[in-house]
Design a protein around this ligand. Structure first.
Ligand code: PHE
Length: 356
């Protein structure tokens, strides 16, 4: 079979140059071999056959063939680069380049953890170190050392989750093991661990025999605070907690102290902060009162100091305890405490970027 005339070969190759831009990767490589392949490429063969052409044809066809080869090289390179590009889904590749990309999952700090960290940081700035204690605690640390009278209702088994660890310890004898109902036993552990001055914040989980409802959970967070030193007075308590409230909520926050009762503090108080949403004029979040209850506090009872080997004639102290989950709920407008336990990404992702 006679070879096709060189001019006819050139004419048949030219339209294929334009079609390169429509080829996917495998088709492009097949075409590359068919045109520029070293052994059987149509253009390669043509260039090789130039030697046998009459001199005039050789010059004319040779120039045109070389130019076409360069054009093909440029076009192959360009198409390859395009197919390798990040946004490309070539025709026939099965990709739809118009689909939105897959977002990478980015983790975030849980809102309660964030509040716990922020609160501890504020107290850290005032010289309070962080302390921790066991969640399974003996009754003595949880109740007796803290001056709870023997008939205090919190010691009733309805409120407290006792742990059966065998042996003959019984509820009420001080040795029974329970899941701590508050972080206050770590006050006792801290004072027994070393002499004053003491300044600690104690974050941790506590347990009560409550069922889950929008405002209760059988396990929840507390942050305890304790300062014991010579000459500590109620003024130090108020100044410290006012500073905390202004740092945590806003510089305009006001606080008020209402008399209260805890067995381990005397005098005792509840601290409210002016509602940071309405500024104190009354809104749904503060139930129209303008105030939000934040924590319990008081001067450490002399009997507690004594139980911990601290001389109440030399040292005084203050203590406070707050619920960071309730504080997080107030801050972020969360209506149901159970949302903080669910791990539901539809809820949590709404708070992932939320700052103070
Ligand atoms: N332990 C108390 C509670 O759980 C809070 C508290 C801590 C009150 C320290 C006064 C001082 O309610």
């Amino acid at each position: 079979m006679a070879e096709p005339a060189p001019q006819a070969v050139l004419d048949s190759l030219r339209p294929r140059l334009e079609r390169l831009a429509t080829l996917d990767s495998p088709a492009l490589e097949v075409e590359h071999i068919a045109i520029l392949g070293r052994k059987s490429g149509a253009l390669t063969a043509l260039l090789r056959s130039l030697a046998v052409l009459p001199p005039d044809d050789r010059k004319r066809i040779g120039a045109a063939a070389n130019e076409l080869r360069k054009s093909f090289e440029v076009a192959f390179d360009a198409r390859r680069a395009e197919l390798a590009g990040p946004r490309h889904g070539g025709a026939g590749s099965g990709l739809d380049p118009t689909l939105p990309g897959r977002r990478r999952w980015v983790g975030a700090i849980h809102p309660v953890t964030r509040v716990v960290e922020e609160i501890c940081e504020i107290f850290h700035g005032l010289g309070f170190n962080r302390a921790v204690g066991p969640e399974a605690e003996t009754e003595w640390y949880n109740f007796q050392a803290l001056n709870f009278p023997a008939d205090h209702p919190a010691m009733d088994m309805h409120d407290t989750l006792y742990v059966d660890v065998g042996g003959d310890a019984r509820p009420g004898d001080g040795k029974a093991v329970l899941l701590r109902t508050h972080t206050s036993p770590v006050q006792v552990r801290t004072m027994l661990a070393g002499p004053p001055p003491v300044r600690v914040v104690i974050p941790g989980l506590v347990y009560r025999k409550d069922t889950f409802d929008p405002s209760h959970a059988p396990v929840f967070w507390q942050i305890e605070g304790l300062a014991v030193d010579r000459g500590i007075s109620f003024v130090d308590l108020k100044g410290t907690l006012l500073h905390f409230a202004r740092q945590f909520f806003s510089a305009a926050t006001r606080v008020r102290f209402r008399p209260s009762y805890f067995p381990f503090t005397e005098p005792s108080a509840e601290m409210d902060v002016s509602c940071y949403l309405c500024g104190g004029s009354g809104c749904a979040a503060c139930k129209g009162t303008g105030w939000m209850e934040i924590l319990g506090c008081g001067m450490v009872h002399p009997d507690v100091l004594r139980n911990c080997g601290v001389d109440p004639d030399v040292f005084t102290g203050f203590a406070f305890g707050m619920g960071p989950q309730r504080i997080a709920m107030q801050r972020y407008g969360i209506p149901d405490i159970r949302l903080l336990f669910d791990g539901d990404m539809r809820f949590l992702s709404q708070l992932a970027g939320a700052g103070a």
